[in-house]
Design a protein around this ligand. Structure first.
Ligand code: NAP
Length: 337
């Protein structure tokens, strides 16, 4: 039995707990919160006895095998580093870390310590994505991909009222790209591999974070466009255009309705049967990796490729140190070393 501790007491940790409850071989034993009363109230909601407000002591206790990191993005790296140093496996909420280098350091440390570090990017573990992949050969040579995730956040009202909620706080790696853009980016990189070059642009809001943006990923022979927003909404379907036809995907975070339309005249509507909470697939995968059933390296490489693309978008959009140092402003070739 994998004994978990959770970090973070927001809705997403509750959803994670629901997924864990549906997964054999893994359970939550301890809730960590920076605040005892908040931790107690949260643990009571989940029906968990133990609460900790001392993360280092909890990690050193030998009473947990793994930790779920559901804190703001900017806190992930330090918490994961502590867990790995204590020999505790790490499930990181997406995006794993704000930069690729930070994640590479965690991967190296985890390898050395013999533990797993895993990014919970729920769409790539969803059965809907496997159906999309299975349809790909039917559309022939892929030429144009268009993926997006735009969902207005209620917390944008706080920004409009002059506040800086975590999710829009650049100091905590908030913003639309880190929060939502990573879903379509990951889907593209999971299906097609790392791009040859990336260029992006973002719309900056009052907090200094990006509220919306877009990117173009250049591949040999085709192009993928990525759109993301937390200050507007879209119901536009995602598309993969090939020389023989097009695949439409309703939701890039949880593909449920797919449509295949071929120039031969064949069309097919596909309903994917999936649960409302698709975190259960990533939880099952994490448990399998912790048990040693598979090698986490390919998934870690994918996470790294996505984070490199995120950095390239930020650099060309002028929101990273690369721009401050005079870089940016054009397509950014990616190094895959
Ligand atoms: N997979 C998904 O569908 C999904 C959905 C939403 C969010 N997420 C991811 O989940 C993570 C949390 O997002 P969120 O919007 O829930 O964040 P949040 O509400 O700002 O913070 C989550 C928790 O972290 C703790 N926390 C808050 N501020 C902190 C700080 N400055 N330093 C350290 N801990 C802090 C709080 O717990 P305590 O005060 O109790 O310590 C809080 O409940 C992010 O990585 C996000 O990308 C994933």
């Amino acid at each position: 039995m994998i004994r978990l501790a959770t970090i973070g007491t927001s809705t997403i940790t509750e959803k994670f707990a629901d997924a864990v409850a549906q997964t054999p071989g893994i359970r939550i034993d301890v809730v960590y919160s920076r605040d005892a009363a908040r931790g107690r109230a949260f643990a009571d909601r989940l029906g968990i006895d133990r609460v900790s407000t001392d993360l280092e002591a909890l990690l050193a206790s030998g009473e947990v095998d793994a930790v779920y990191v559901g804190s703001p993005n900017g806190a992930h790296a330090a918490q994961a580093e502590s867990a790995i140093a204590a020999g505790v496996h790490v499930f990181l909420e997406k995006p794993a870390t704000p930069t690729a280098d930070q994640f590479a350091v965690l991967v190296a440390a985890a390898r050395e310590r013999g533990v797993v570090v895993f990014e919970g990017m729920r769409n790539v573990y969803d059965p809907g994505m496997a159906r999309v992949r299975a349809l790909l050969p039917q559309v022939g040579t892929v030429r144009l991909v268009s993926f997006g995730q735009s969902q207005r956040s209620a917390r944008y009202d706080l920004v409009l009222a002059g506040q800086t909620p975590n999710i829009f706080d650049p100091a905590l790696a908030g913003g639309a790209l880190f929060d939502l853009g990573v879903y379509p980016l990951t889907a593209a990189i999971d299906l097609f591999g790392p791009p040859r070059a990336v260029v992006g642009a973002t719309a900056t809001i009052a907090t200094g974070a990006d509220g919306a943006g877009a990117a173009v990923l250049a591949y040999d022979g085709f192009v993928a466009q990525i759109a993301f927003s937390k200050i507007g909404a879209s119901r536009r379907p995602n598309e993969i255009q090939g020389e023989l036809g097009t695949i439409e995907i309703d939701e890039i975070t949880a593909p449920r309705r797919l449509r295949l339309a071929l120039f031969s005249g064949i069309t097919e509507e596909i309903e994917v049967d999936g649960p409302e909470n698709n975190m259960r697939f990533e939880v099952a995968r994490f448990a399998a990796l912790v048990r040693g059933d598979a090698d986490p390296t390919p998934e870690q490489e994918r996470s790294l490729a996505v984070l490199r693309a995120v950095e390239a978008i930020r650099a060309s959009a002028g929101s990273s140190s690369a721009r401050e140092e005079g870089g940016g402003g054009g397509p950014t070739p990616l190094s895959h070393s």
